[in-house]
Design a protein around this ligand. Structure first.
Ligand SMILES: *Cc1c(COP(=O)(O)O)cnc(C)c1O
Length: 406
């Protein structure tokens, strides 16, 4: 295939929409514009039918019942609805939630909110490989614990948490288990029953569907789970999420789920082969480290630190040609090193020197070749200009140097 530039390797931030998804959505903007809640005419029925069909497509991907799918505006809203909704619904049982320090901000900031409302939250640390310690999890459970919120696959490292072991512990103690499945659903097999998941958030735009639409899975049997609505209104979505349904978006999410169900297996094999080739080539560079477990990891993700090189500087070296994220989260005015990488025990320097590679459905072998070449050339060039690299090559123990702090 011909090389297409720029290379997009930021699929953990968002995926391009599959043209087949767009095609499925198009009739629902102008021609079939009805409100799915309009019960008195065919415009409403057509929209409702489309939503019902999408609900089945979504449910099938995660082996759920269609009635267990609550459509939302995305994973952020689904995370909020799951955590705040359980906190309110089960307040008579307790007020304690357990989560981990490497969760997405949509979970961590929601937990902070819960603390402000008087709830208690335990933030579990992760091990060097990015996984939580299951014994620590079990020890953290008290008679006030109502929810364990641990993500499926991490957005920065791709590390997959021990979901089945976590759900077993939750079950044993009668605690609900919520997982943010945004990075895993559609990429690897996720089965809410086999995995023992009670609630799960996911999003359209991380799986080749549209932005602004997602879902919360809420278990209906063994146990029957309920969440308190966070939005008052018309009582849509079995009373758990009011608001006129985003029919075109929901149709797109449904189609995206159907495509993932059919193509996931071959796609995961194709992407992991490419990812491993990329990783193996880049690891030929000295002082290069893969962050997080390489065993328990999503097939299309690799997070690599190139010591003595700043990730941001690296990206400037090939800025216009490769789209990537670095371990410097520019959420604030200053460049903060990634809290996820720091939780794995990386120092600021290694966190700043990291790049996240997120491959996707439209990544080609030619693009991977180009990326390998561009990164290797840039890392070598930047290191040649780096005094720290020179000292390292001369055998100076850089960690032993006392730096002057300003
Ligand atoms: C992207 C992402 C979110 C937020 O999803 P939106 O649909 O953009 O709100 C939440 N959690 C994880 C793990 C993500 O990767």
């Amino acid at each position: 295939m011909e090389l297409k530039l720029p290379v997009y390797l930021d699929n953990n931030a968002t995926t391009p929409m599959d043209p087949r998804v767009l095609e499925a959505m198009l009739p629902y903007f102008v021609e079939k514009f009805g409100n799915a809640a309009s019960r008195n005419h065919s415009f409403g029925w057509v929209a409702e039918e489309a939503v019902d069909y999408a609900r089945e497509q979504v449910a099938r991907l995660i082996n759920a019942d269609p009635k267990e799918i609550i459509f939302t505006s995305g994973a952020t809203e689904a995370d909020n609805l799951a955590i705040k909704g359980v906190y309110e619904m089960y307040s008579s049982k307790g007020n304690h939630i357990i989560t981990a320090t490497t969760e997405h901000k949509a979970v961590l900031d929601t937990c902070k909110h819960i603390e402000k409302m008087g709830g208690q939250v335990t933030y579990l640390n992760v091990k060097e490989d990015g996984l939580i310690d299951l014994e620590e999890l079990e020890k953290a459970i008290t008679d006030k614990t109502i929810l364990i919120a641990i993500m499926y696959g991490n957005n920065e490292t791709g590390v997959i948490m021990p979901i089945r072991e976590i759900s077993k512990i939750a079950r044993k103690h009668g605690v609900l288990f919520f997982t943010d499945g945004t990075q895993a659903v559609g990429k690897i097999p996720v089965d809410v029953n086999a995995d023992g998941i009670d609630l799960m958030a996911f999003s359209g735009h991380k799986m080749y569907g549209p932005k602004g639409v997602g879902a919360l899975y809420v278990r209906r049997k063994n146990p029957r789970v309920k969440v308190t609505s966070q939005m008052d209104g018309g009582g849509h979505e079995r009373g758990m999420r009011s608001g006129t349904l985003n029919v075109p978006g929901i149709v797109g999410l449904g189609k995206a789920c159907e495509l993932c169900l059919h193509e996931m297996e071959s796609e995961a094999a194709r992407l992991s082969k490419m990812r491993d080739r990329l990783e193996k080539s880049l690891m030929e560079l000295e002082e290069t480290y893969v962050n997080g477990s390489r065993e328990h990891r999503l097939p299309h993700v690799s997070n690599i630190s190139f010591k003595y090189v700043e990730g941001e500087g690296l990206m400037m070296g090939f800025n216009k040609n490769i789209a990537l994220s670095s371990g410097s989260a520019c959420t604030s005015a200053s460049l903060e090193p990634s809290y996820v990488l720091k939780a794995l025990g990386l120092g600021d320097d290694l966190a700043h020197s990291s790049l996240r590679f997120g491959l996707g459905r439209f990544t080609t072998d030619e693009q991977i070749d180009f990326t390998i070449d561009a990164i290797k050339t840039t890392v070598i060039k930047l290191r040649e200009m780096s005094p720290l690299w020179e000292m390292f090559k001369e055998g100076v123990d850089i960690n032993a140097i006392e730096w002057a702090h300003h």
